[in-house]
Ligand binder design. Sequence first.
Ligand SMILES: [Zn+2]
Length: 295
Amino acid sequence: MRDAADYAGAVPELPEVETVRRRLEPVLVGRTFERVEISDARLTRPFDPVEVAAELEGERVAAVDRRGKYLIVRFETGRALLIHLRMTGNVLHVRADTPLPAGQHKGAVVSLDDGSDVVYRDVRRFGTWLLAEPDEVEPYLAARLGGEPLGATFTTKRLADALANRRAPVKAAILDQRRIAGVGNIYADEALWRARIHPQQAAGDLGLGELRALHRGIRAALKAGIDRQGATLRDYRTPDGGSGRMQHEFKVYGREGEPCPRCGRPIEKIRAAGRGTWLCPACQRLRDPAHNGYE
Ligand SMILES: [Zn+2]
C-alpha cells in the first residue's frame, strides 16, 4: 500500500487539507451516510469498493479531524474513513437543492440523510479511502506520521529530535512525513525562506538558533496557508468549489527571478530533495557544517 511519504510534497498539503476539514465539519457532523457509491476501484484498493461502500452506509459522523495530510471522518461506531487526497483529489459538498456536477473523474458520491451529497473527484486517481476499524485508526496513523507541526506538543525540542544526526538535506528531512506530518514542497520552501536556512543544509547540522527559526518558520508558513484557505495551483478546491488564495502570497515558491521580499535579490530555483526548490541565495546561504549556527 502506498503511504504518506511516497507523495511527500504533493499539493494539497496541511493547509489545504485543514481548509477542507474546516468546511466539511459543519456539514458532516451528525449526518448519516445514507447511500455511498464508489466508482473508482483504485480509491479503496486492495479492498472491494462495493464492499467498502456497503460498510459505510448507515455510519453516522461524530467528528471530522485531520492528521498530517489525512482527512479523518470519525463515525459514532469508532470506525473512521481515512481520506488522502494525494495530488489531485478534491471533496465537494453539494447542497440538497443543487444538481451534482457533471463530468468525469467522480471517484465517489456519498448521499447524506439531509439530502446533500459529498462528491469526491480525482483527475489523477492517486487518492485513497481507507475504512479503518476502531482499533486500527490510531496505529495506522502513528506508523505513518510524525509530529503535528501546529499541535501544542510540537516544540523546538521535538523538531530538533526529528532532525538530529540526519545527513539528509533539511528540506528532505522536513518533507519526511514520519518526522513532521503535513509539510510538502510548497510549505517546506516557504518555511526555509522564513528561517533563512538553505534547503540543502544537512538537517543534523542545524544549531539551536536555526532550529528555533525553522520551528517558527514551519508554523508561520502553514498558518499563512490556512488563513488564505490554501493554495490553488491546479486541482485543489475548497468543498464549496472555491479556490484558495495562498498562491498569490508565496514568498519564494514558484517565484524564480522575482525579487526576494526581504532583500530584493532575485529568487533562484534549484533541485533539492529531488524536487523543484525556490530560495533566496542571499538570505539562505549554504554554510560550512563546522559553523552550526550557534552565534
Ligand atoms: Zn533575500
